[in-house]
Design a protein around this ligand. Structure first.
Ligand SMILES: *Cc1c(COP(=O)(O)O)cnc(C)c1O
Length: 436
């Protein structure tokens, strides 16, 4: 399968090149040349398949031409060592819990898949590939844990000293093995600047193979379609969908998750309606209403993984629907919530249904609550475990009520190991050259 750039100003590339490069040469995002549809018969019996079996069928449609089936199966099964269960919250509203992976957020799925696919594409395994990732918290942990123990790859996580939460820090500084945490005495922007400068340094790039694990990478983004198919299968198995239509609500920031869902629908998955649930960073909400896309600087909210003012995957959605606002606004409906509203939702769901949402999932839940009709079933993506946002959630439901899951507690017990760096590029460069 070839991948083209959404800017259409550079030749198409192979999957391998798209995965290693991340971003197209013309700064566009890679899209698969064709989106293969499933036969109806696949959906007739989908409920008989397990999550891993379904994900493998979907993966074959994306990557079957480029990766031998046997290897692809291994990659998929290994990625999905944890489940993404569907939990009934209240009435016809279900939570698709995407937080059962190692760092308790949905990004684990894409990061784990990408690590394994990259490993597959590395020809000379004795030649290490170095993944550089700058993080303000969550991306670093998903990437570090996704790549942990994967042969042939060393991950360097750059993070701003004193500016990530203790839990986030523990999730990438205690791993050891092929993961090195670099504590930069500066801001997140300084970290990002160091990484970008490294990618542009010609000599450095001839001496060592550097790559990014950015969330726009096709190997992180496409696998997110897996769990949409599984949600449908589990609902079908329980008889919930009889004579009812499926509505899926996606708490959205950079729109990667939503775009993967739209692609699943293009493959034939019967999702009647998508909802993009925003916090106060609501450029998508505004676009859906007005047809005008006006990116702007982000503002801080309690659903901070959605604090995005210029969603990167918006280009993919425009591409998918040929820039038609009409098509896009039929397919997707927008909702947006203030911090105050989000807090109220967390409390209401907790009191009424005994279910604890994180601030992102709460936006998804509430949009269904407001939108859903009699003949519809709603699923919202619960994108992170509420314990990742303990402080915010406990302010709402009371101190000491959020249990720290064993996985998070285990990170906190590990020994923190970091390399200290300044913001000067020469120092970072010298550090990297020691790895050659
Ligand atoms: C990254 C993230 C989001 C936003 O997902 P996008 O794919 O960028 O739209 C939502 N919730 C949580 C918890 C996240 O980590």
């Amino acid at each position: 399968m070839k991948y083209y750039s959404t800017n259409r100003n550079t030749p198409e590339v192979s999957l391998k090149e798209a995965v290693i490069k991340g971003l197209a040469a013309d700064n566009g995002l890679f899209m698969p040349e064709t989106i293969e549809k499933f036969d109806n018969s696949f959906f007739d019996t989908i409920e008989q398949l397990t999550f891993q079996e379904i994900a493998f069928e979907v993966a074959l449609k994306f990557f079957g031409e480029d990766v031998e089936a046997e290897h692809l199966k291994e990659i998929v099964y290994d990625t999905l060592e944890f489940d993404c269960p569907l939990v009934n919250v209240i009435d016809s509203i279900y939570s698709l819990e995407l937080f059962h992976g190692p760092t308790l957020a949905f990004k684990d799925v894409g990061a784990r898949f990408m690590a394994r696919l990259l490993n597959y594409f590395l020809e000379k395994k004795d030649n290490l590939v170095h993944v550089l990732v700058a993080t303000s918290g969550d991306t670093g942990s998903a990437v570090a844990n996704g790549f942990l123990g994967v042969d042939g790859i060393h991950v360097h996580v750059l993070y701003p000293k004193g500016k990530v939460s203790p839990i986030q820090e523990a999730q990438f500084t205690t791993l050891g093995q092929n993961i090195t945490a670099l504590e930069v005495n500066g801001t997140f922007d300084d970290c990002q600047h160091l990484v970008k400068t490294a990618f542009l340094d010609k000599q450095l790039n001839t001496l060592m193979q550097l790559t990014s694990a950015n969330s726009i990478n096709v190997a992180r983004f496409l696998p997110q379609a897996f769990y949409y198919f599984n949600a449908y299968a589990r609902l079908k198995a329980s008889g919930t969908l009889e004579r009812k239509d499926l509505v899926v609500s996606v708490p959205s920031g950079n729109l990667g998750n939503l775009t993967a869902g739209l692609i699943a629908a293009e493959m034939g998955l019967p999702i009647k309606q998508f909802i993009a649930a925003n916090n106060q960073n609501d450029v998508v909400y505004e676009y859906l209403l007005t047809g005008k896309y006006k990116p702007r600087p982000s503002v801080e909210t309690i659903a901070n993984a959605m604090d995005v003012g210029a969603p990167s995957n918006f280009a993919r959605i425009l591409d998918l629907y040929k820039n038609s606002h009409k098509l896009i606004s039929e397919k997707i409906i927008g909702f947006h919530y203030t911090d105050e509203e989000i807090r109220k939702v967390i409390l209401d769901v907790y009191t009424e249904a005994g279910y604890l949402c994180d601030p992102h999932g709460a936006c998804g839940y509430q949009s269904l609550k407001e939108f859903l009709k009699e003949d519809q079933v709603g699923v919202f993506l619960e994108t992170a475990h509420p314990a990742k946002f303990t402080e915010t959630v406990e302010q709402v439901i009371g101190e000491g009520k959020v249990e720290l899951p064993g996985k998070l507690a285990a990170f906190m017990k590990g020994t923190k190991k970091t390399v200290s760096l300044g913001t000067d590029f020469t120092e970072f460069r010298n550090y990297l050259l020691l790895e050659v």
